[in-house]
Design a protein around this ligand. Structure first.
Ligand code: 5AD
Ligand code: SF4
Length: 497
């Protein structure tokens, strides 16, 4: 599904406290959660948010203050940006702690049980004080999944709004302001996409843009079709209008988002194919990079590869979750392709005239996965040579078809398989990255270390590079960086002038 910024990770993190990276010059960390750039420092470095949408909203703070914590994937990150935009436009001011806020919102993730539990532990922090007169709201996938039961578990919650109902949020906020104690938005039958007039984007150079919401696939382990509802694609002219606006505001990189982004089906008479949309976005003046995530293998077609070949602005990185290397397990997962069919998609990319970075998601310990089937996943890693991987232990989820299959593999065995898988991928990444030493890449600089002359950024293939430069101000610029060192999770380099 959706890829975040690390090269080898075991799952998404929440955004509450951005961990500070401590690094030594030229040394590359290799723990699983590393590979993060320094862009956690952005807000502090740039002082005022540089996004003019936020500053356009007059009267910020007049209605009160809000704190918004986001869990989960990039779709959630971006939904939170839109929710923050809506609140700004209504006169709320964003604050950094729940203590300072009159409205506390949690945008939740329920993809795995651990993620879903997190929000209840956050809500539990208010049990004693019953909210202290603050308005507390639960948004996103847990809200959709648990619905009004949240009020039973945490009666101090006032707002429950599922991810498929965000278009109703303005009305719900109005009800809260009018003094309503409890408001809910839990429909999934909406065909509206969540578009807002103002979005408060968290990164001043890269903008997320949802082009398709929901999911019509029915992977047997996955809650997304229940929590985000059916697939709805946004009109191509509306997408392109927003991209032009983003370029005018100074964003040079756009990332098109969707649970199955390449299943995009333009609802307008133009009937733009996904590959045509990629090319049209790349043509917008001021846009230098176009990313997209997450692609579904069954809808991944040659024309997408041809668009990447034809247009260098379309980034040479495809996130193509495989989930398992065993056709038997893939069938049980209802993934709609076999190992061989998946490998055909990989072959399309490997045949491209410019190299394409390929990353994936894998689940270990799916019900009934035998040792031999797990080994098929290991052999797939060997065969594909992914540039990075997100890996997860199978977690049974409510409403999903696989819930009725016996979750027979013990936690210990799942952990063992996960560790074996990650060790293998680490070796692959270390070897692949080592081969890049001496090469030069264009990097969009998105982070600055506290240590002097140390910067970080991404190549178009989404490799993270920490590099040295004597320049004073590089944030948001594109520079050439020569690779001087490599670890499994990131590269080190120097500014090539
Ligand atoms: N258990 C474990 N991992 C899951 N994912 C989705 N649902 C589950 C689940 N029930 C993983 C898939 C998906 C990624 C975002 O999360 O690998 O691609
Ligand atoms: Fe979930 Fe499958 Fe849809 Fe991805 S494609 S969101 S894994 S149902």
């Amino acid at each position: 599904m959706l890829l975040k910024s690390t090269l080898l990770r075991s799952g998404p993190n929440s955004k509450r406290k951005a961990p500070r990276q401590q690094r030594k010059a030229g040394v590359i960390d290799c723990d699983l959660s590393m590979g993060k750039p320094f862009d956690i420092e952005l807000e502090r470095l740039t002082g005022q948010p540089p996004y003019s949408e936020a500053t356009r909203c007059a009267g910020a703070g007049q209605r009160g203050t809000f704190f918004l914590e986001t869990f989960g994937c990039q779709m959630n990150d971006h939904d939170s940006e839109k929710v923050a935009g809506l609140l700004h436009a209504r006169g709320y001011q964003q604050v950094e702690t729940p203590e300072a806020a009159s409205l506390i919102l949690y945008n939740t993730c329920s993809i795995r049980e651990k993620a879903a539990q997190k929000v209840f532990s956050r809500l539990g922090e208010y049990r004693e004080k019953q909210g202290e007169g603050k308005v507390i709201g639960v948004l996103g996938c847990v809200a959709q999944q648990e619905g009004e039961d949240i009020f039973k578990r945490a009666p101090w919650v006032s707002l429950v709004c599922g991810s498929a109902s965000y278009s109703k949020l303005p009305g719900m906020l109005a009800q809260l302001e009018a003094g309503n104690q409890r408001v809910t938005g839990l429909d999934t039958d909406t065909d509206a996409t969540f578009e807002t007039e103002v979005t408060r984007r968290d990164n001043p150079w890269r903008a997320y843009l949802t082009i398709i919401e929901g999911c019509d696939k029915a992977c047997s382990y996955c809650v997304v079709p229940f929590t985000r509802g059916p697939e709805r694609s946004r009109a191509s002219d509306s997408i392109l209008r927003e991209v032009r606006q983003l370029a005018e505001l100074g964003y040079s990189e756009v990332q098109l988002l969707g649970q199955t982004v390449n299943s995009y089906a333009d609802p307008t008479a133009r009937r733009m194919r996904f590959s045509e949309l990629l090319l049209a976005v790349a043509e917008v003046r001021g846009i230098r990079r176009v990313r997209f995530t997450t692609s579904h293998p069954s809808d991944f077609t040659l024309d997408i590869v041809e668009a990447i070949e034809r247009e260098p602005k379309i980034c040479d990185h495809v996130h193509l979750p495989v989930q398992s290397g065993s056709t038997r397990v893939l069938r049980a997962m209802q993934r709609t392709y076999s190992r061989e069919e998946y490998l055909e998609k990989i072959a399309l990319m490997r045949g491209a005239s410019r190299p394409i970075g390929i990353t994936t998601d894998i689940i270990v310990g799916f019900p009934g996965e035998t040792e031999a089937e797990f080994e098929e996943t290991l052999s797939l890693l060997e065969e594909v040579q992914y540039d990075s991987m997100f890996s997860f232990k199978y977690s049974p989820r409510p409403n999903t078809p696989s819930l009725s299959m016996s979750d027979s593999i013990s936690e210990e065995e799942k952990s063992r398989r996960l560790a074996v898988l990650q060790d293998k991928q680490r070796e692959i990444q270390a070897a692949k990255n080592a081969r890049l030493v001496g090469e030069q890449f264009e990097v969009l600089v998105s982070g600055k270390s506290r240590r002097e002359n140390q910067w970080s950024g991404y190549t178009t293939s989404h490799r993270m590079i920490n590099f040295a430069s004597q320049e004073r101000e590089l944030l948001g610029t594109y520079v050439q960086v020569r690779v001087t060192g490599a670890g499994p999770n990131s590269l080190a380099g120097e500014h090539a002038v």
